[in-house]
Design a binder for this molecule. Structure first.
Ligand code: BGC
Length: 911
């Protein structure tokens, strides 16, 4: 028996003792027990969490039921299906009714065909199809605000309705939406911690609705359903509208409409099977409450003296026990208005909610000028500040937010541009102190400034509440270089700060838009750091909705206003997000439905691209963001465009194959050939002599094989000639290290990664960054803060190096889509060690390696049901061990011993 056979025998021996397997982490459409699923065939997923070597599911059986006890009906019994698939299995049982609760469980058989126990059940609820609720608003007789000088910040409206339930309620589900953003309450208790519901869409075309379980909040007898509705993205300030006077009234607000509205339908399912609906209509009441202003960019103002009214049903019950009084019969202060155009389409929200995720305590207070107190929360993040203050009634506490401090210790707010980012709390004078947390705004900050207090506040007067879309973190990374560890933390924080309802460019200034260029450079990185599947699923619908009539994907999505050149709403590499992001979701999560869902719009985009550049040379037109923020180098737009055209075509070809769609497979090779005619010289150099030109050409596989190495060597030489500094911007930087590592220049990639010189990741860290900055020198110890007109301290684009950190430095990549097969291929080991973990859609993948100088040691874990090809750095096959015993690789490739492994943990060592 050869040694290779020994290893295979080892795996099969493990399988012979295989224990029964159980499915866990059951999810529907990437969500845990979702309450509103629109799709008639929702996809079910689970993982098999087993430490056993070779753990493998050989079959599964899914049972879906509806109803309880004797009333339960079976909707689907998949029967035993011989398959090792665990993700995105479509429900194909009986047709689902609206608002149906579907309980499901799964049983799996192991590699020896032995059944395991049934999983803990999970459920999903189908969405609401028929709305008996009417959109309600209030009679808004304020004139249209046209001043760009003064902010217009109307008070959010409180809507309410009392109702009685005589029967015992089994299940209460609230379906609700708003033109604006809402918080819903039942009997004075907030029924969800989700913020900014229902989320941002093009409200003229489509609004999301949310579903909440209201059952625990109901009581026998009289109940009160209420909601507060603020302007949000619907009619509040959006983007830099204010800065440049965009929007219908050139005031930077009211892009979709003037007056917010509410749609709510509470569905009560009684114990006896009967149903009752409480829905918004003319009989509701509306009034203002203690929140005097609420705007995402500008901030919130709250007068607590107005709080213990019957119109404020314990808005913050936990923080204001006196406010628990039920509504009185007093009517509202306005008339309910029903006359306006509702969105054409309602859609269940498919993403994770934005919610408070974490609390940060202040680390210190300073007082740069008398009675101005600055709290340092120790971390740049997105969220709000919870106040705990004491003082006489009427005291106005002004709360301002900043990412940095000036040299003299004052708060730096200049880089927020026209985002006022100021909250105000007016005390009611409670001698025991009072607590307040805003609900309809968020800020990007590290420092909080309080003014207006009668005495120096305590350190716990301010708590940072970290707020973002609930995308659970999925990665860990540490290495022997402490700079890289800090960098990793900075990247993850910056991702969190910019995953707020949509992938934003930045969380602080008057922008916070879903810039598509930033999104496409960072998407693959994002999938390593967090479970972003449902987040992108949602945003891709917004992106498709924002597609321009000519087929281009716009500069940002949603797209409330035009920016850049008045002629163009799109630009090279930004618009390609419409192909790259769906492809990324497909690749990282094994999701082919995302391809099917957006196939038509992606096809329209490719047609647009073909029209734009019929001769396939690329275009010079469109918004020329190009290699944005490159340093002292300019790669012509036409070149960049040709590269992106090729790349989009190539990804389309791959997606077409994956989803069985027709596509012109000659498009990519034709663009590639044209590109070579246009730019490739006989000596394998390019006629455009920038680092970015080489990086794009190599990354997007535009250089023929016989020239690849020479071109890559040229790139490496250019970098060396520039003192090992990059000149690349948004587009050139994220593929830079991957290209170097893939072309025999991994040492150079590591050198640049570990550099502390400008421009580099280490330079930022050395200058004290705890987040990723828009510019490498957003702040330097010598020069201080870069000029503020475009200087965000939370911009994820340059953090896209994390893709290389996982894929190449640690060596974790997907083979086929969705990590069914895995590639473990760390770059040639530099000195030191790396520990990386990635919780994939099929379970945990670990790649730990250490270079001791004499030996290379690697500990690899892959989850059940997967296989990995491990490319172990090794001079030769001699002396390789697996779990301490001599082992023979399947084959040797240049400097790599190749092993094929199945689920489990393996300890390799080589010379
Ligand atoms: C944003 C960028 C964006 C760019 C377009 C900026 O203001 O912050 O990240 O991609 O505009 O050039």
């Amino acid at each position: 028996m050869t040694r290779t056979l020994c290893i295979l025998a080892l795996l099969s021996t493990a399988a012979a003792h295989a224990s029964p397997l159980a499915a866990s982490k059951l999810r529907t459409e990437y969500l845990t027990n979702p309450l509103a699923i629109d799709d008639p065939h929702p996809r079910l997923s689970w993982i098999i969490d087993s430490p056993e070597r070779g753990a493998r599911q050989s079959a599964y059986r899914i049972i879906v039921t509806s109803g309880v006890g004797t009333g339960a009906t079976q909707l689907w019994d998949s029967g035993k299906v011989d398959s090792n698939e665990t993700i995105n299995i479509p429900y194909t049982g009986k047709p689902l009714a609206p608002q149906q609760r579907c309980d499901w469980k799964v049983q799996v058989w192991n590699g020896e065909n032995k059944p395991g126990p049934w999983s803990t059940p999970a459920f999903f609820q189908t969405g609401l199809k028929t709305w008996s609720a009417e959109w309600i608003s209030y009679k808004d007789d304020t004139p249209i605000h046209t001043s760009r000088k003064d902010l217009y910040l109307p008070a959010p409206r409180h809507y309410r309705k009392a109702f009685a339930t005589a029967k015992k309620v089994r299940r209460a589900t609230l379906y609700a939406s708003a033109l604006g953003i809402f918080d819903a309450y039942l009997n004075g208790k907030r029924i969800s911690d989700a913020m900014f519901s229902p989320g941002w869409s093009d409200y003229k075309q489509r609004a999301y609705y949310r579903a909440f379980d209201a059952t625990p909040f109901l009581k026998p007898g009289t109940n009160e359903l209420s909601a507060i509705v603020a302007e949000g993205w619907y009619s509040g300030y959006v983007g830099y509208g204010l800065l440049v006077g965009y929007g219908p009234y050139k005031t930077g607000r009211s892009f979709y409409g003037k007056t917010p509205a509410l749609l709510a339908q509470l569905e009560l399912e009684m114990e006896d099977g009967s149903r009752t609906t409480i829905a918004t209509n003319k009989t509701w009441q509306v009034a203002t409450g203690p929140t005097l202003e609420a705007d995402i960019l500008m901030g919130e103002t709250y007068d607590a003296r107005l709080q213990p009214t019957n119109w404020q049903p314990a808005i913050l019950a936990s923080e204001n026990p006196q406010a628990k009084a039920p509504f009185s019969d007093k009517g509202g202060d306005r008339e309910i208005e029903l006359s306006f155009h509702p969105p054409a389409k309602m859609q269940a929200y498919s993403g994770p909610p934005v919610r408070p995720i974490q609390e940060l305590r202040a680390t210190k207070i300073t007082e740069p000028t008398p009675a101005t107190y600055i709290y340092d929360l120790g971390q740049n993040f997105s969220g709000v500040a919870r106040l705990k203050v004491k003082g006489p009634a009427g005291t106005r506490v002004r709360v301002r937010f900043g990412e940095m401090l000036h040299k003299d210790g004052r708060l730096m707010t200049e880089n927020l541009r026209r985002a006022r980012a100021t909250d105000t709390y007016i005390l009611k004078g409670d001698p025991n102190g009072e607590t307040w947390t805003p609900r309809f705004t968020y800020h990007g900050f590290q420092f909080v400034e309080l003014t207006g207090l009668p005495a120096k506040p305590a350190l716990d007067a301010v708590t940072g509440i970290v707020v973002h879309s609930d995308t659970p973190l999925t990665s860990k990374f540490s290495t022997s270089d402490e700079m890289a560890n800090q960098l990793f933390r900075n990247i993850v924080w910056t991702q969190r700060s910019n995953f707020v309802e949509l992938p934003t460019d930045c969380p602080q200034r008057d922008e916070r838009l879903g810039w598509t260029g930033d999104a496409q450079t960072y998407a693959r990185s994002a999938t390593y750091n967090a479970d972003t599947a449902s987040f992108y699923t949602k945003w891709l619908d917004d992106l498709e909705e924002a597609q321009r009539p000519n087929g281009a994907f716009p500069d940002y999505a949603p797209y409330p206003m035009q920016h850049g050149s008045p002629q163009y709403s799109w630009g090279t590499a930004w618009m390609d997000a419409g192909i790259i992001v769906p492809y990324t979701v497909y690749k990282a999560y094994g999701d082919t439905r995302v391809i099917e869902r957006h196939w038509d719009s992606m096809t329209r985009f490719i047609e647009f691209r073909k029209k734009l550049s019929p001769d396939l040379h690329g275009t010079k037109t469109g918004n020329s963001w190009g290699d944005w923020l490159s340093i002292g180098s300019n790669t012509p737009l036409e070149f960049v465009d040709a590269a992106y055209f090729a790349w989009s075509a190539k990804l389309m070809s791959e997606m077409a194959t994956a989803a069985g769609k027709p596509f012109d497979q000659t498009l990519y090779p034709r663009i590639r050939a044209t590109f070579q005619q246009d730019y490739l010289k006989p000596d394998c150099s390019l006629s455009v002599n920038t680092q970015t030109a080489y990086v794009l050409a190599l990354k997007y596989d535009l250089i023929p094989d016989n020239c690849r190495q020479a071109s890559a060597d040229k790139l490496a030489a250019m970098i060396a000639a520039n003192n090992y500094h990059m000149t690349t911007g948004f587009l050139g930087t994220y593929p830079l290290l991957p290209v170097l590592s893939a072309t025999g220049h991994h040492d150079l990639a590591v050198k640049m990664f570990q550099s502390r010189e400008f421009p580099s990741w280490g330079y930022e860290v050395a200058n004290g960054a705890n987040s990723i900055w828009e510019r490498w020198d957003s702040f330097t110890k010598e020069k201080g803060i870069h000029e503020p007109s475009m200087n965000s301290f939370s911009h994820y684009s340059f953090g896209a190096v994390v893709e290389w950190m996982f894929k190449t430095y640690a060596g974790i990549d997907t083979g086929d889509a969705g990590y069914k097969t895995i590639v473990i291929r760390p770059g040639e080991p530099s000195a030191g060690w790396v520990k990386a973990e990635y919780d994939s859609v099929r379970g945990m993948i670990v790649s730990n390696w250490r270079n001791t100088g004499q030996r290379y040691e690697a500990e690899i874990t892959i989850p059940a049901n997967t296989k990995a090809t491990v490319y172990l750095p090794a001079k030769s096959a001699a002396g390789i061990t697996l779990d301490g015993k001599p082992a023979q690789p399947k084959r040797m490739e240049t400097g790599r011993a190749v092993f094929e492994i199945e689920a489990g943990t393996y300890r390799f060592s080589s010379k």
